[in-house]
Write a protein that binds this ligand. Sequence first.
Ligand SMILES: NC(=O)c1ccc[n+]([C@@H]2O[C@H](COP(=O)([O-])OP(=O)(O)OC[C@H]3O[C@@H](n4cnc5c(N)ncnc54)[C@H](OP(=O)(O)O)[C@@H]3O)[C@@H](O)[C@H]2O)c1
Length: 248
Amino acid sequence: MINQVLPAGAVDRTDEDLLALYAYPAHSPWVRFNFIASLDGSATHQGVSAPLGNEGDRRLFGLLRRLCDVILVGAGTVRAEGYAGPLVSEEDTRWRVAHGMSGHPALAIISGTLGLDRDSELFQRSPVRPVLFTAATANPERVRSLSEVADVVVVGEDRIDSRTCADWLHSRGLGRILCEGGPGIFGGFIAEDSVNELCLSVSPLLTGGEGTRISAGADNPQLRAMTLASLLESNSALFGRWVRSGGA
Ligand SMILES: NC(=O)c1ccc[n+]([C@@H]2O[C@H](COP(=O)([O-])OP(=O)(O)OC[C@H]3O[C@@H](n4cnc5c(N)ncnc54)[C@H](OP(=O)(O)O)[C@@H]3O)[C@@H](O)[C@H]2O)c1
């Protein structure tokens, strides 16, 4: 059961209620990040994020995928968490098609080194041909090899610029972007002020240890103000949605 705290309290929200609450705005491209953090601020437990989520979090996670045109992730998250096979359920696919969307969201990965295995299940079992954003410094042999299983797009000289990625996706009709991390990508998008929205699940679990935060990278000289748009609760977990104040 998921209860709504803000706006206006409401109990036991249906999937349709939640899909309406999280509908993307007309503005495109729209970069939505989705993260989970433990109560003591860790983005992982033993190297992955899944143990932090409860049933409500998993439900919302799936609904956010249902709404997007493309799932964008960093190579570190792919290496840690997999991303093989269909990323949405059959019910999600039916809903998407009924709402004029492609059956499966596209998958785009940011990697400077292209240190990804072309024979991995990600490339072999993906229902859509993945997009790999990389930089001009990427190893040409890796570019050639991965081009056989993915669309490799060079979007920077020695590093990948977040806005160029978002604009490229928008130009391909993939403007509703769901970025599932990880911290390296998020830090870069924050630095370049390319974050439109953060959906953050606060898990009611304490991890201890030295797990990474949800963002990483160099200290950003400027703070980015966000406005709380909605807040849900489920079994002591909180699901907040913050939108960049004044627009990114
Ligand atoms: N709590 C959560 O919700 C959540 C969500 C996602 C991930 N995670 C966790 O986060 C950890 C992974 O963290 P991470 O920071 O390594 O992941 P990440 O942000 O997914 O990936 C970082 C990688 O992305 C590439 N990259 C990022 N920005 C780039 C740029 N501007 N130019 C070129 N390449 C760029 C680089 O790939 P190459 O090395 O290939 O060049 C870099 O090593 C895992 O433990 C995962 O479980 C947690």
